[in-house]
Design a protein around this ligand. Structure first.
Ligand code: GLU
Length: 322
C-alpha cells in the first residue's frame, strides 16, 4: 500500500501527492460497521473516475462521532479496499484528529458574524418549525440573541441565495438556502463538529477536485457549496451515484443491517459493483484476478451508462451470478 508518509505539509497538502493534480478524488467512509455493498459501489465508482483520468484517489475515515464508530471497522474497511486491489494515494486522514482545523474554520465564520449559538432543544425546534427539504427548517429563534452557554450548538446563518451546481449524472441541482434548508448546525451542543463543516474543510485542505458519492448526499451538496463560498474554498465537481436499497426500499447502511463485503471473493464482489454501475465486463474476467479486472475496467469505464435509479441489493447480488 502506498501510504508513503504520515502527515500534511504546512499548507495542508498531503505529502507525496502531486501539488497540482488535475483530478483528485476521494472515498470517505464512516466506520460505523464493515464496508457493505452500498459503500463498495461508491468506492469502486470514485476509484474508477479517478484512475480512468490518471488522477489520485484518497481515503478519509469520517469518524467525527465516537458513539457511532464501531471499534475495528476503520481498519476493516481499509483491509477490504486492499483486498479488492484499490490502492489509495498518500496517507489516510481521520476526522477525529482534525478538530483544530474545523475549529479554525468555525472561528473564521464567527469573526464575520455568520454564526450564532443556539440553545433550542430538538422538541422546541420540532414544535415551532416548518418542514424543509431535509428535516425542519430552524425558525431562527436564537439568531439575534447571542446567548452563549457551554451546551450551545453553533449554527450558520443562511440567506435567500440560490445555490446551484451541475451534477455529472443528474444535471442542474439547486436549493434556496434559507427557505429550503434554513440555518444549519456546524457544531453540535455536545461539541462534535457537524459533517457539513468537516467535509468542506477536509475536501478543501486535501485539494479534492472531484467528489463521487451516493445520491443520499445530493441534498447536502448545496449546503457544502454555501460553506465553501463563505470560507473562500474552490468548489469541486460532483457526481451523485444511485444508491443500493434493501427490499423495503431503504438505503443500505449499518442501520438497515447491510451485509458486509466478503473479503474472500474479491473478483465477484467487484464484478457485482461494476455491473450495478451499468458496465458490462466480459465473462472471462470472472475467472481471472483482480489486477486484470481493474486493467479492463479502468480502460473501459463509461460513467454515462450508470443507471440513475436506485436498485435493490437482490439485483446487485444477481449480478454476481451472471
Ligand atoms: N461519510 C459519508 C458516508 O459514509 C460520506 C460522505 C461524503 O462522501 O461526503 O456516507
Amino acid at each position: 500500500m502506498n501510504s508513503r508518509s504520515r502527515s500534511l505539509t504546512p499548507d495542508g497538502c498531503v505529502r507525496g501527492l502531486n501539488p497540482r493534480p488535475i483530478y483528485r478524488g476521494r472515498f470517505a467512509p464512516s466506520p460505523s460497521g464493515p464496508l457493505h455493498l452500498g459503500s463498495l459501489v461508491t468506492a469502486v465508482a470514485s476509484y474508477l473516475e479517478a484512475k480512468s483520468r490518471d488522477g489520485e484517489w484518497l481515503v478519509r475515515i469520517e469518524n467525527l462521532d465516537p458513539s457511532r464508530e464501531v471499534p475495528g471497522s476503520s481498519n476493516g474497511i481499509l483491509k477490504t479496499l486492499e483486498t479488492l486491489g484499490m490502492e489509495w494515494d498518500g496517507e489516510v486522514i481521520y476526522q477525529n484528529k482534525r478538530n483544530k482545523a474545523y475549529q479554525t474554520a468555525l472561528a473564521l465564520l464567527e469573526e464575520r458574524r455568520l454564526t450564532y449559538p443556539c440553545i433550542c432543544s430538538r422538541k422546541e425546534i420540532a414544535d415551532s418549525s416548518i418542514a424543509g427539504i431535509e428535516g425542519p427548517i430552524y425558525p431562527g429563534t436564537c439568531r439575534n440573541s447571542f446567548l452563549h452557554k457551554d451546551l450551545s450548538a453553533w449554527r450558520i446563518k443562511t440567506n435567500d441565495n440560490l445555490i446551484e451546481f451541475e451534477d455529472a449524472l443528474r444535471g442542474r441541482f439547486r436549493h434556496l438556502m434559507e427557505s429550503d434548508i434554513g440555518d444549519f448546525v456546524l457544531r453540535r451542543a455536545d461539541g462534535i463538529f457537524a459533517y457539513q463543516l468537516a467535509v468542506v474543510v477536509d475536501d478543501a485542505e486535501q485539494g479534492i477536485t472531484h467528489i463521487v458519492r451516493g445520491e443520499d448526499l445530493l441534498n447536502s451538496t448545496p449546503r457544502q457549496i454555501y460553506l465553501q463560498r463563505l470560507l473562500g474554498y474552490q468548489t469541486p465537481m460532483y457526481m451523485h451515484l444511485p444508491v443500493v436499497v434493501n427490499a423495503r426500499g431503504e438505503k443500505l447502511s449499518k442501520q438497515t443491517h447491510a451485509a458486509p463485503v466478503a473479503n474472500s471473493d474479491a473478483v465477484s464482489q467487484l464484478i457485482m459493483a461494476i455491473r450495478f454501475l451499468g458496465q458490462t465486463p466480459p465473462k472471462e474476467l470472472k475467472e481471472g484476478d483482480v489486477t486484470s479486472l481493474w486493467d479492463w475496467i479502468i480502460k473501459n469505464w463509461k460513467p454515462e451508462t450508470i443507471p440513475l435509479t436506485p436498485r435493490s441489493c437482490q439485483q446487485l447480488l444477481n449480478f454476481s451470478q451472471m
